[in-house]
Design a protein around this ligand. Structure first.
Ligand code: NDP
Length: 296
């Protein structure tokens, strides 16, 4: 068996084409040009690449995008004050704080992210939006897990009644992924670094989502024949610009029914969903009801 590739480029282009129509409607009917502001604290090289990609995507879709670069030594209070300025700027529709924050701010991450106005929180990481998701309300949902479930839906892969196993329990991927799959009536198991006999769980998965940050960690022997495998991992190969996933693509594609590649998988969908969330934020801010993913 060779797995069908879930092509992130294909699905992200479809999503972006659909969003372009919504951007046009917002401009022509509501006189709104969407504006996203990405705040980057410090000089993390990988973060700069991600931010540049987000900026480029915004410009390609004719939406305004600003990057606010702040010093790594900024205090929590100063950073929150910068966020509040953006909260109060009526021209700013979406605010994103690029993670990871510098070491000195990490203990305050939840407080900092929760300072973003929940209806401008396009990453969906604020306590309010995470809490809503936990309660089954999908307002502004974290882009990566949201993109993963959208890709499954667009590919016609049924989630309801399936056993989904998520490896990783971070606030930005694993936990929201758990809630999104549960809301779609999967039976969900979540595994982490303290899970004993991990392969016993992964081998039961109809849908296996891997978000751990360990290159090529999941191998063929850990995957059930015919499983759908979503690889969220982005691991830089030291000294290069190359990236690897968390799944050993070459061996796992022999047993999976569907698999996402890295690069070219979940990462591209994530950026498309960021634009989706920026438009959704405008709809929430201005009480506008327009279809965003109308092609599906
Ligand atoms: P975190 O480091 O925050 O979380 C990693 C999770 O994996 C933790 O829950 C950890 O468990 C678990 N874990 C680590 N080692 C093991 C192991 N040996 N067995 C089982 N579980 C393990 O990472 P993120 O969630 O932020 O990111 C995960 C990966 O996804 C990274 O490669 C990241 O770059 C990528 N990513 C990709 C995105 C995209 O757009 N495609 C977006 C965001 C992230 P514990 O909780 O016990 O420590």
């Amino acid at each position: 068996m060779t797995a069908e590739i879930l092509d992130g480029k294909f699905y992200s282009e479809k999503i972006k084409n659909s969003l372009m129509k919504s951007i046009d409607t917002l401009k022509t009917t509501y006189n709104v040009t969407p504006k996203l502001v990405v705040v980057i604290v410090g000089e993390d090289e990988a973060s700069k690449i991600y931010v540049a990609n987000k900026h480029k995507t915004c410009l390609n879709l004719n939406i305004d995008s600003d990057i606010v670069q702040l010093d790594a030594n900024i205090s929590k209070e100063e950073l929150i004050s910068e966020i509040e300025k953006l909260n109060n700027d009526p021209n700013v529709n979406g605010i994103l704080i690029q993670l990871p924050l510098p070491q000195n701010l990490r203990k305050d991450e939840i407080e900092i992210l929760s300072a973003i106005d929940p209806i401008k929180d396009v990453d969906g990481f604020s306590a309010i939006n995470i809490g809503k998701l936990e309660l089954g309300v999908e307002n502004l949902v974290p882009c990566t897990p949201y993109g993963c479930v959208k890709m499954l839906e667009y590919a016609g892969i049924e989630i309801e009644g399936k056993h989904a196993v998520v490896i990783g329990r971070s606030n930005i991927v694993g936990r929201p992924m758990y809630n999104l799959l549960l809301a779609r009536n999967a039976t969900v198991t979540i595994c982490h670094s303290k899970t004993k006999n991990l392969a016993e769980f992964t081998k039961q998965a109809d849908i296996l989502v891997v978000a751990i940050g360990k290159p090529n960690f999941v191998t063929k022997d850990m995957v059930k024949k015919g499983a759908v495998v979503i690889d969220v991992g982005i691991n830089r190969v030291p000294g290069t610009r190359k990236i690897n996933g968390d799944v050993d693509f070459e061996s796992v594609k022999e047993v999976a029914s569907h698999i996402t590649p890295v690069p070219g998988g979940v990462g591209l969908i994530t950026i498309a969903m960021l634009i989706h969330n920026t438009l959704k934020a405008i709809c929430l801010q201005k009480n506008i009801d327009i279809p965003l993913l109308q092609d599906y």
